[in-house]
Design a protein around this ligand. Structure first.
Ligand code: AHR
Length: 502
């Protein structure tokens, strides 16, 4: 029987790609299905606190350590009247919400969201409505959130019990405005002009805010990447980030290709990063704009229209995707890509955080951590400092979609302040263990202090309510470092994280 050749990984802590922005570990909460209502906010649950927030959900979100939270949409935001969601709750209107054909009770709005962010220690990232909303509405919301009392909207916030400004720093200029499905969809130049004027007004209220321009809503759009060029050319000096969105799928049930999707993710980043460079040069600007991948996840099992229409009910069950092992391995390599592209990519928000295509599912009284919860946890707890440009020698395999690909997908970080080197490795093989040697080239690390692994035999297996802990981040034996080298054997269909004391 032939054995899989040895893979070798060469680590040099001086070969830095870029500083890992903590905002790469951010989330997205939309008024959609049961994300907000019944997910985050569920007064009917025995786990609800005095504000109706689910304490069990808050605990899991805190564990994931989300650094920023994008809200309130998504497609929802393009029809949202933010003033519906503030003030006395019994006076807030019930509205037909058009994006997901649901009934929006407005019992959770901007003030409740800020409270929620404070509970989990995350920075709010608010999206403004550039669909049905005006540039004035967008500016008013900035005033409501960030101005000192003494003017109409700031006084309104104070009257609602919040004297101190919220100081919301991150703002998205609409959502997926290139998509014909978007409420108030615009052509690229129309959007660029509206976004530019909104940005101008929003900045007049608060010059310190950071703005995210809507990029293409996926690399599969017919207008990609022209949309990105046109909108950026119109807004370059006024914005700080440009968004990317992408949902991965295995519709063809081709696991070998699915597990090689990092090739598509990298290509997408490289293309939009090239557009950034082009526009910076063309506009003769010294200003920099970075990428914000503010919707990303696996989503394909619940893509029928019936999964996305709420029948004008409150908190309908919409797109409650169940994640299996292969999905978790795609999520893990997506996070690897975030580290490998840390020089241009500064924000990433997993879509979404509870129930709706989410790492966490809830019933009224219980909570389930899905497979994808664990790679998020491993990265958000461990990756910091600079990401490293690794030299990886890996056995390869053949895929229908991406041709010849390495069996291992790897990223690493080195934090000079804490002296921690972290390494993240996906073994894409469905059948083979891969023996791995890790060589440290410029340092002689003391030891591997933590080693965790998510692994299984069946790519389609998932955590279920009956068997909730089939997949977790299991502690594994931490290999010893001898003469600057460690050896381990990576099981098929696995994701491993190592923490190394330097
Ligand atoms: O996350 C679900 C939806 O996907 C969002 O509302 C939209 O922005 C995207 O198309």
């Amino acid at each position: 029987m032939s054995q899989t050749p040895v893979a070798r990984l060469y680590v040099d802590t001086k070969r830095a790609i870029g500083e890992i922005s903590p905002l790469l570990f951010s989330g997205f909460a939309e008024h959609m299905g049961r994300c907000i209502y019944e997910g985050i906010h569920d007064p009917a649950s025995r786990h609800a606190d005095e504000n109706g927030l689910r304490v069990d959900v808050l605990a899991a979100l805190r564990e994931l350590n989300y650094r920023a939270m994008r809200y309130p949409g998504g497609n929802f935001v393009s029809g949202y009247r933010w003033e519906d969601g503030i003030g006395p709750k019994d006076q807030r209107p019930r509205r037909r919400e058009m994006a997901w054909q649901s009934v929006e009770t407005n019992q959770f709005g901007t003030d409740e969201f800020i409270r929620f962010c404070r509970e989990i220690g995350t920075a709010p990232m608010l999206a403004v409505n550039l669909g049905t909303g005006t540039i004035q509405d967008a500016a008013n919301l900035v005033e409501y959130c960030n101005a000192r009392p003494g003017s109409h909207y700031a006084d309104m916030r104070a009257a609602n019990g919040h004297e101190e400004p919220y100081g919301v720093k991150y703002w998205c200029l609409g959502n997926e405005m290139d998509g014909p499905w978007q409420i108030g969809h615009l052509q690229a130049a129309e959007y660029g002009t509206k976004a530019r004027e909104a940005a101008k007004l929003m900045r007049l209220h608060d010059a310190a805010i950071k703005l995210v321009l809507c990029g293409s809503s996926s690399s599969k759009m017919a207008t990609y990447p022209e949309w990105d060029r046109i909108s950026l050319e119109l807004c370059w000096d006024l914005v700080n980030y440009h968004s990317m969105h992408y949902y991965a799928d295995n519709l063809e049930d081709d696991t070998a290709s699915y597990l090689a999707l990092s090739a598509a993710f990298e290509d997408y980043v490289d293309t939009v990063a090239a557009v950034l460079r082009y526009v910076k040069a063309k506009t003769r600007s010294k200003h920099d704009v970075y990428l914000s991948w503010d919707e990303w996840n696996v989503w394909y099992k619940t893509r029928d229209l019936s999964d996305m229409r709420g029948g004008w009910t409150e908190a309908p069950h919409l797109i409650e995707e169940v994640y299996n092992l292969e999905d978790a391995l795609v999520v893990a390599q997506w996070l690897n890509v975030f580290l490998r592209k840390a020089d241009v990519l500064k924000i990433a928000c997993i879509a979404q955080i509870v129930n709706v295509i989410a790492p966490i599912l809830t019933t009224t009284d219980s909570l389930l951590k899905q497979t994808i919860y664990y790679p998020l946890l491993m990265f958000s707890q461990m990756a910091s400092g600079n990401s490293l440009d690794l030299l990886v020698e890996s056995p390869r395999y053949d895929t229908k979609k991406f041709g010849d690909m390495p069996l291992l997908d790897v990223s690493a970080a080195y934090d000079a302040e804490t002296g921690n080197n972290t390494i993240f490795i996906v073994n894409r093989s469905q059948t083979e263990r891969v023996p791995l040697e890790i060589h440290w080239q410029d340092i002689a690390p003391k030891r591997i202090s933590s080693a965790h692994q998510l692994a299984g035999r069946d790519p389609k297996a998932a955590n279920t309510w009956e068997n909730p802990n089939q997949f977790t981040a299991q502690a594994i034996y931490a290999p010893r470092i001898i003469n600057g080298k460690a050896e381990l054997s990576l099981p098929p269909l696995s994701f491993t994280s190592l923490g190394v004391d330097v």
